[in-house]
Design a protein around this ligand. Structure first.
Ligand code: URP
Ligand code: ZN
Ligand code: ZN
Length: 463
């Protein structure tokens, strides 16, 4: 399988240039001009298009038992949708609950994905309790190439860990050179505020945000940073949503805490007024941390542009309308999550790059290169260079479209981004040299995706 892509403009975090790319045996073999190629090579004309490294979504949920139900996607549906949107690798949260065995959970998630994903994938291993077996099991999981952990400071009694367990997880992570991602909200306060609101008869989705206010997220972020500071571990705050939490993260970075920050599509583009809509419409927009007051968004975008926020993920987590209605009598029962795996690249290109909120290099960095570097995938992924995997997105900036549930490929009956205009989309997407998408259609091989085994982090910020 060989490919020659010519006429396009390659973009990486630090360069932008016109060149041809020759792909052979799954990797980029040559980059140059007037390349001679063997007979039988497929030629792709990329004139007028950007060529980006395949995008990496570092935070998705696909198989997820959560809140008395299961997230809707399968690895088939999510990976096809991801590819159509330009994401060639995702990192899924492997999330056994507190009552399940860590290693059994890891094996179950691997089994769910095995042979079913059309794009490449990896896992963050959730540590939802730390008992006498956990340490040995986590060591085994890291030896298997899953070199990032996840902890939840919220979702008490389900995924959530207490401070002692956080300390144990971070201490082991430091020893193993493993990065720890954290959902940062104060579980005790969330529980108390939820009960107080329900007791006052405040049951609708509009009360979800007041039950998890910005200060509760800021406290979780600051506490996680303090634990990183005192264990020497490397951390990553997922789905940071608001200015007070950003301030806590930036303060920690400023004093040398080894911390990176993720923002997600819903917090950048949606706000709490969506969840304040009556009934089901509001329930569709319930996620945690919640959609916030719009005044937070300029600060998130500017932190993203200046790299105080490192990455943009989706936190893709689809529940359909019927599932959302589980919370019709109490907002605390609404399955938390908003889908987005398919739309991230085009939406951030449109509302980030085209609106002047970030330049095209930072865009590639935040959505591809930086996740690759943070999570041990670089330079195999996250760049266009000789020897790297030929995961390429040939992006047509002249495409115009509108997002709609009617045309999406995920397994859900609504889109959180219904009606959003997009300016640009992937025209061709390759995974290790094989064309998987053409003009918005999946044309490739289901099950082609590989589990990416990763090495522990060696040098913090050497990248
Ligand atoms: O509401 C959300 N974010 N659902 C998915 C689980 C999580 O907290 O990431
Ligand atoms: Zn979370
Ligand atoms: Zn999540």
């Amino acid at each position: 399988m060989s490919l020659l892509i010519r006429g396009g403009e390659i973009v990486t975090p630090d360069a932008r240039y016109k060149a041809e790319i020759y792909v052979e045996d799954q990797t980029v073999a040559r980059i140059g001009t007037d390349l001679s190629v063997p007979p039988g090579t497929e030629i792709i004309d990329a004139t007028g298009k950007w060529i980006f490294p395949g995008f990496i979504d570092p935070h998705v949920h696909i198989y997820l038992p959560f809140m008395a139900t299961f997230a809707k996607d399968t690895h088939e549906t999510a990976s096809v949708a991801a590819l159509i949107g330009g994401t060639t690798t995702f990192i899924e949260m492997c999330c056994p609950s507190r009552t399940e065995d860590t290693l059994a959970g890891y094996n179950l998630w691997k089994e769910k994905a095995q042979g079913r994903s059309a794009c490449d994938y990896a896992f963050h291993m959730t540590v939802s309790r730390f008992d006498q077996n956990t340490e040995a099991q986590l060591r085994e999981i890291v030896r298997d190439g899953t070199t990032s952990f996840k902890i939840f400071l919220s979702y008490k009694n389900f995924f959530g860990v207490d401070d002692g367990e956080m300390y144990q997880t971070l201490t082991l992570a430091k020893e193993l050179g493993v990065i720890v991602a954290a959902h940062c909200e104060n579980a005790e306060l969330v529980g108390r505020l939820q009960q107080a609101l329900l007791a006052e008869g405040k049951t609708g989705p509009e009360w979800h945000e007041p039950s998890r206010p910005e200060s509760v997220e800021a406290e979780g972020t600051a506490r996680f940073a303090t634990f990183l500071e005192n264990t020497g571990a490397v951390g990553y705050v997922v789905h940071l949503s608001c200015v007070p939490a950003l301030k806590a993260a930036v303060d920690a970075k400023g004093r040398g805490v080894r911390l990176s920050v993720e923002s997600v599509l819903p917090h950048l583009l949606l706000d709490k007024t969506s969840a304040e809509r009556a009934g089901l419409e509001g329930m569709q927009y319930v996620m945690s941390p919640p959609l916030r007051d719009k005044r937070n968004q300029p600060a998130l975008w500017s932190a993203l542009a200046s790299r105080l926020i490192d990455t943009v993920a989706t936190d893709h987590c689809p529940f359909d309308n019927e599932q959302k209605l589980l919370g019709r009598d109490a907002f605390t029962q609404i399955p938390n999550g908003i889908p987005g795996i398919e739309e991230r690249v085009s939406l951030i290109y449109t509302y980030g790059v085209n609106r002047g909120r970030m330049d095209i290099h930072r865009f590639v960095d935040a959505l591809s290169t930086r996740p690759a570097k943070l999570f041990g995938l670089f330079p195999r992924k996250g760049t266009i260079a000789v020897g790297s995997d030929a995961d390429l997105v040939i992006f047509d900036p002249t495409y115009r479209g509108v997002i709609s549930a009617r045309t999406q490929h995920i397994n859900n009956d609504y889109s959180g981004f219904e009606g959003f205009a997009v300016e640009g989309r992937p025209a061709v997407v390759t995974v290790r040299g094989k064309i998987q998408v053409r003009d918005g259609n999946f044309v490739g091989e289901r099950g082609r995706g590989q589990l990416l085994r990763r090495e522990p982090i060696i040098n913090w910020r050497s990248n």
